[in-house]
Design a protein around this ligand. Structure first.
Ligand SMILES: Nc1ncnc2c1ncn2[C@@H]1O[C@H](COP(=O)(O)OP(=O)(O)OP(=O)(O)O)[C@@H](O)[C@H]1O
Ligand SMILES: [Mg+2]
Length: 326
């Protein structure tokens, strides 16, 4: 058996809207090894959330349609199973912390009610035991258990996000998908949440997909990095491979504008000139080509294949074509 808990291969997803077809995910391939954290990095609109939703079987259809590929979780292709079977995975074997905590917390129920509901659903325990375990979960994320009786609006932004992490972990998932869990928070709270997630990673050895647009955050938490651009993986490798030898001009650009990790990262992606192509009108050839200083003729014509650099490090870029593979 493979050491990968999740294998996404050749995944393509488009949104068929009245204005046109949005090619959000284009032949995406990457894996999540058991017990490891994969940082999915890319700028806004790159397709990170859509990838996460696809794994959870939550891409809205219509307008979303999966047009190719497979998402194999522990030996099962999630794209091939029925919705009723998906219940056994979503929120159970696969937990998700959503980009905006308010979309996962219901304002009309107490936090304790919501966390214990998840526990009751997945752990076959009675109401009292579920409430007790919900308190345990809240304490794990650093919130006193007495706060179980509070409503979400009585929590600060950071506490809400912590509560979402507690909820995401309550089902004791094999895979946790955390979609920008720190972006909406101020820097100190961000650092606290990252510390918390690092601690949980050590403790529970849950495989995690950590979605972010910030390389600095990835450095803190990930074992592997997957760089996404216009719905495709343009470079991937171990954290060391990527941080010591960023290879794709886009990844190099991301590093080029990385300020020291302590400072705010809000502007750094914009230092790479231009912007991501319109997913309704993707360029022929390499999708990064229009912004690339090193673009050659072939880049405008042909989409590059994955090229293995070394170990687990691969890149989609014509600059690294091996001689004689024309
Ligand atoms: N329901 C939808 N209908 C139409 N287009 C959509 C829909 N959902 C996402 N898209 C498009 O798919 C592309 C990828 O969006 P996605 O939300 O996955 O990006 P992201 O990488 O998560 O961005 P961000 O960093 O801003 O969260 C974007 O062009 C977006 O506009
Ligand atoms: Mg997103």
């Amino acid at each position: 058996m493979s050491d990968n808990l999740l294998e996404i291969k050749d995944l393509s997803i488009e949104f068929r809207t009245y204005d046109g077809v949005v090619k959000a995910i284009n032949h995406m391939t990457f894996s999540v090894p058991k017990g490891k954290t994969v940082g999915l990095v890319g700028e806004t609109g790159a397709g990170k959330t859509t990838t996460a939703l696809a794994i959870m079987g939550l891409v809205p259809n219509p307008p979303g349609v999966v047009t190719s590929g497979s998402i194999v979780f522990d030996g099962t292709d999630l794209l091939k199973i029925r919705e009723s079977e998906m219940y056994g995975y979503r929120g159970k074997k696969i937990g998700m912390i959503f980009q905006n905590p308010m979309t996962s917390l219901n304002p009309v129920y107490t936090v304790g009610h919501q966390i214990s509901d998840v526990i009751k659903k997945h752990q076959k325990v009675d109401k009292n035991e579920a409430w007790k375990r919900a308190g345990d979960m809240l304490e794990i994320v650093g919130i006193p258990r007495e706060r179980l009786n509070n409503y979400p609006h009585e929590f600060s932004g950071g506490m809400k996000q912590r509560a979402c992490i507690a909820m995401g972990l309550s089902c004791n998932p094999q895979l946790l998908i955390a979609d920008e869990p720190t972006t909406a928070l101020d820097v100190t709270i961000q650092a606290q949440i990252l510390e918390l997630m690092k601690g949980l990673k050590e403790k529970y050895k849950t495989s995690t997909i950590f979605i972010t647009h910030a390389l600095g955050v990835v450095a803190e938490i990930a074992d592997y990095v997957v760089v996404v651009y216009a719905g495709s993986v343009i470079e991937k490798g171990s954290i060391r491979e990527i941080f010591e030898h960023p290879t794709h001009p886009y990844t190099q650009g991301l590093f080029g504008c990385l300020p020291d990790i302590e400072s705010e990262e809000s502007e750094k992606l914009h230092v790479i000139k231009g912007s991501m192509p319109d997913p309704m009108d993707l360029p022929k050839g390499c999708k990064f080509c229009p912004r690339c200083d090193k673009a050659m003729d072939i880049c405008r014509e042909e989409e590059p294949e994955d090229i293995l650099i070394c170990g687990e490090h691969s890149v989609k870029c014509h600059l690294y074509r091996k001689e004689g593979t024309e």
